[in-house]
Ligand binder design. Sequence first.
Ligand SMILES: C[S@@+](CC[C@H](N)C(=O)[O-])C[C@H]1O[C@@H](n2cnc3c(N)ncnc32)[C@H](O)[C@@H]1O
Ligand SMILES: [Zn+2]
Length: 324
Amino acid sequence: MLYKTPARNRRRISTRMSEALCDSVCRQNTWRTMMNVMNTDTLKYLKCPVCHAEGLRRDDNAVKCVNSHAFNVARQGYIDLLLKAGKRPEGDSLAMVEARARFLASGTYAPIADLICRTAIPHLRSLSVPTPVCLDLGGGTGYYLDALRLCFKSQNITPSSILGDVSIYAARRAARILTDTLVVRMDTWQQIPLVGSSVDVGIIVFAPRNAIEIARVMRDTGRLLVVTPAEDHLAGVMKLFGVVGQESNKREHLLNSLSPYFHSVESNRLRYEVTLTRDQALDVLSMGPNARHIDIEDVRSKLHALNAIVTLVDVYLDSFAPNL
Ligand SMILES: C[S@@+](CC[C@H](N)C(=O)[O-])C[C@H]1O[C@@H](n2cnc3c(N)ncnc32)[C@H](O)[C@@H]1O
Ligand SMILES: [Zn+2]
């Protein structure tokens, strides 16, 4: 499908996610206010990562399970459910998170957010659940979950939303923006600290997928929406800088890894051309998996000679239902 960006939506989403808004939200909300707006009702869907007791409760600057295991609520409002022991992946660095936030604020990926909304809404309407639970795993800055919450609101649906990410920088940023969402620092390769059969809509956008755990937390009637890059995704940028492009079997790998637990119910390929400024091209390289391997100064000097970079956004959105 060749998709044209609706300018109105692009503007709205990019505006919501802009640095300016983020800063103004942070200025307006003191730490105490953020703690108050934390959706404590949604805490019932969390699970203690130590003793696996279901449901957590607020207790001053912490959340606790029935067995009194306590987890810090950070100043920015996210809950840290990462276990102290064992190997803990770091997730995205501060520079990657900042580059991602700037790039997403440009609206270049707004059609992806729109497609996620257009896929999720009919399913939710068919369920008629009064407060559906939405989960964004590896949710980063919260861009897609925020867009989804906006769409729900326009349909008079008020979800309980949870964003999980292992990166402290992503968690900080998401918690500052999504003040009525539970932002939880978690390692999704471990046991996801959520009660089983609780999630109505799960989204995973360019992020890791632990199939067996995702299957455990999804309701039988739930939908899992997964965005993966297709073969030509950002090919124009990658070619220019000699960066390895997308593995052609990424989606095949996705389908294989999910197939013991989920079956595909809908699949869309979204392809559209974008013209990136030099800064956007730099950000898109700096926010992704190539960030750790590229020489930013070299990229910067190559970009200097260019006015703009034309490339394709090329992704799959696959929608899955649990195998019963
Ligand atoms: C490519 S970014 C995508 C972020 C977001 N979904 C988006 O598209 O804007 C991948 C995200 O997954 C997170 N991540 C990586 N490994 C993780 C893990 N084991 N558990 C939780 N999050 C993880 C990273 O910190 C990062 O925010
Ligand atoms: Zn516990």
